[in-house]
Design a protein around this ligand. Sequence first.
Ligand SMILES: Nc1ncnc2c1ncn2[C@@H]1O[C@H](COP(=O)(O)OP(=O)(O)O)[C@@H](O)[C@H]1O
Ligand SMILES: [Mg+2]
Length: 268
Amino acid sequence: MPLQQSDAPPHATRAASLETRDLTIRFGGHVAVNAVSCAFHPGTLTAIVGPNGAGKTTYFNLISGQLKVSEGQVLLNGRDLSALPASARTHAGLGRAFQLTSLFPNLTVMENVRLALQSRQRVGLDMWNVWSHHRALIERSVELLESVALAGKSNVQAAALPHGDQRKLEVALLMALDPEVYMFDEPTAGMSVDEVPVILDLIRALKQRRDKTILLVEHKMDVVRELADRIIVLHNGTLMADGEPETVIASPVVQQAYLGLAPLEDAA
Ligand SMILES: Nc1ncnc2c1ncn2[C@@H]1O[C@H](COP(=O)(O)OP(=O)(O)O)[C@@H](O)[C@H]1O
Ligand SMILES: [Mg+2]
C-alpha cells in the first residue's frame, strides 16, 4: 500500500486516519492537484505549505468533497469516501472550517454553536434528558465561545460579525463538531494581531490532546515551525517534500518557494 512518496516519518507510529491516494483534479488542461498520495496520522499536526496557487486549498476541497476528484481516492480509516458528498464526509469525521458559518448567517453566534453541537449529539425523548441535555448544550456552547473570545458576542447575528470574529466562529463551530480530522486553511488570514494568538492557542490545545489528525495550511513560517510535527510541500499541484519541519524548511524546494534562493531544478 503506497503510504506517501517519501518514507513514513518516524513519528508516524499509529495507523493513518486520513489517506489520499493519487489524488488528482484537472481544470481544463490545468492539473491543480497532481497524484498526491499522502497519509495523515492521529496526534500529528501536518503543515501544508507552498506558494500561492500550489493547490493547497484545492487539495482540501478534494478531501472534504467540495470538489470531485478527476482521479484518486480519499480514505478515512481505510474507508473510501471518494464517492460521498461533503456532508457525508463531515458526518464521517472530516472537519473543515470554512463551510460552516455560511450555513446559518442569520442566526446568532450562540445559535450557530448550539446547532453545530446538536448536529453531532442525539437528544433523548424523555423530558429529564431533554432538560439536562439542553443545560449541557448551553454550558458547552458558552465554553466554546469563551475559547475563541466570542462569549461577549453570543447574541450577535453571525452575518453581522466583523471578518476576524467570523473566522473565530468558524473555528468554534469546527470545535463543536469535534471531527476526527481537523483541516485549517489559513485560519488566521485577515485577523488582527491580537486575534491571531486566540486561534493558535486553540490549535495548540487541540494538538496536545494527541488524538486528532490536524492539517494546517499556513503561510507564516514561524507558526509552522512552532506547531508542525511534519511539513508537506505542494508545488504546482505536486507533493514536492515531506518530512520533519527542520529538514523540510532547510530543503532547497522550500528555500526556493519562499525565499527565491535556489532554482527549483536543483531541488527535484
Ligand atoms: N474551481 C476552479 N476552477 C479552475 N481553476 C481552479 C479552481 N480552483 C482552483 N483552481 C486553480 O487551481 C490552482 C490551485 O489553486 P489553490 O488550490 O487555490 O491554491 P493555493 O490554495 O495553494 O493557493 C490555481 O491555479 C487555481 O487557479
Ligand atoms: Mg489557498
